[in-house]
Ligand binder design. Structure first.
Ligand code: GDD
Ligand code: MG
Length: 358
């Protein structure tokens, strides 16, 4: 199947609630990941596969996408934008782009997935099975947070069970779909629709041929802080593929204009953004430091995200934390286990940590 005869649709209209407060100021797919807006990694994969025409289904912070990607020519793509005034759900978002489609095969992507799945192979599988709809499926250890998608011995999808407490299989919807164009006309128009909760079950009930494409390459939904930090580190270390990063891989990635003092230790796939300053004796392990943040002497930052322009005072300890843009964390503060600090918040210096002072 010729990928240039395929339209790509990327759903990027979600609010990214689980990544607050970072998504107070930016849409989830625009958050810097290994130094690039996350969506760049997905778009570069789409371009690498030979797909040329991409439609972004946007809603929340819609303008920021067009400001960054424009007509797509820098990535070798032709990108168009469709904006939902109110989020129409994943199904509504797909139905909304129908007037812009140019081809009979449409590949739809959740815009927050980091994956190494071979798009051409999935297209070939769709063609060979003569499916009306093919779903990319992966196996995960805890399927409850996803759409559970059992298949039969021939790879035909038997059911679609979105976020159930007791999923019958560990095989889940990985968030990439190939639709034959005429199937899209069956999505209800003019109202909010969930493709997972409403459209897929209805298509299965109508006997539409829905096949699974099961794949075991790298896969991660970047929707939670833990996954965002892991995905970013995996990109930096080269465990997650991205044509946008080329060969720049290692234990850490320090961007132009950042300064790292001698004696600072950067490991675990840490990324340091443009203009950030890392003081002496700082230890960054799996840390995501956005542009212009300052980490002062002797601080330790593990598996945490530090927003743009935030300041972390000397000898602080941050583990599994998210610090919003421009926040100011005082000396010796400890922020652990999922702590979140909202943008601009100031936390004063904390008491002396005797355990480490003695
Ligand atoms: N245009 C548009 N409009 N896009 C939307 C809307 C909307 O109203 N709501 C969500 N999206 C986009 C999000 O921006 C995201 O890129 C994608 O649709 C999926 O939404 P999430 O909010 O990230 O869903 P999820 O992660 O809980 O679950 C989905 O993804 C899992 C795999 O990553 C489902 O598709 C699950 O079935 C699946 O297993
Ligand atoms: Mg998601």
């Amino acid at each position: 199947m010729d990928p240039s005869k395929v339209d790509a649709v990327v759903l990027v209209g979600g609010k990214g609630t689980r990544l607050r407060p970072l998504t107070v100021s930016a849409a989830k797919p625009m958050l810097p990941t290994a130094g690039l807006p996350f969506l760049t990694h997905l778009l570069s994969r789409i371009a690498e596969a030979g797909i040329e025409h991409v439609i972004l289904g946007t809603s929340f912070k819609a303008a920021t996408f067009e400001n960054e990607f424009g007509d797509g020519s820098k990535l070798g793509l032709q990108i168009e934008y469709v904006v939902e005034d109110h989020p129409m759900g994943t199904g509504g978002g797909i139905a909304n782009v129908i007037p812009k489609l140019r081809n009979d095969i449409v590949m739809v992507f959740n815009g927050d997935v980091l994956s190494g799945m071979d798009l051409r192979q999935m297209l070939a599988s769709h063609h060979e099975s003569q499916a009306d709809l093919t779903l990319h499926l992966v196996r995960v250890s805890d399927p409850r947070a996803f759409g559970c998608v059992p298949t039969d011995a021939d790879g035909r999808v038997e059911a679609f069970l979105e976020k159930t407490e007791d999923p019958p299989s560990d095989q889940i919807n990985a968030g990439t779909y190939i639709f034959n164009r005429d199937v899209l006309d069956q999505i209800p128009r003019g109202r909010e629709v969930s493709v997972e909760r409403e459209v897929f079950p209805a298509l299965l009930a109508d006997g539409v041929k829905v096949c699974g494409y099961v794949d075991s390459s790298y896969w991660r939904d970047m929707g939670t802080p833990e996954d965002f930090v892991r995905g970013s580190a995996d990109l930096v270390r080269g465990l997650a593929p991205s044509p946008a990063l080329g060969g720049r891989r290692g234990e850490s990635l320090v961007h132009d204009g950042a300064s790292v003092s001698p004696g600072a230790v950067l490991v675990g796939g840490t990324v340091v953004g443009r203009g950030a300053e890392i003081g002496p004796g700082v230890r960054l392990d799996g840390a995501v430091i956005f542009d212009g943040a300052h980490i002062e002497a002797g601080s330790v930052v593990e598996r945490s995200i530090i927003g743009a322009g935030a300041r972390i005072g000397p000898r602080a300890l941050l583990r599994d934390a998210i610090i919003g843009d421009g926040a100011n964390i005082g000396a010796r503060c400890e922020l652990l286990r999922g702590a979140r600090v909202w943008p601009g918040v100031v936390i004063p210096d904390c008491g002396v940590r005797y355990s480490s002072d003695i």
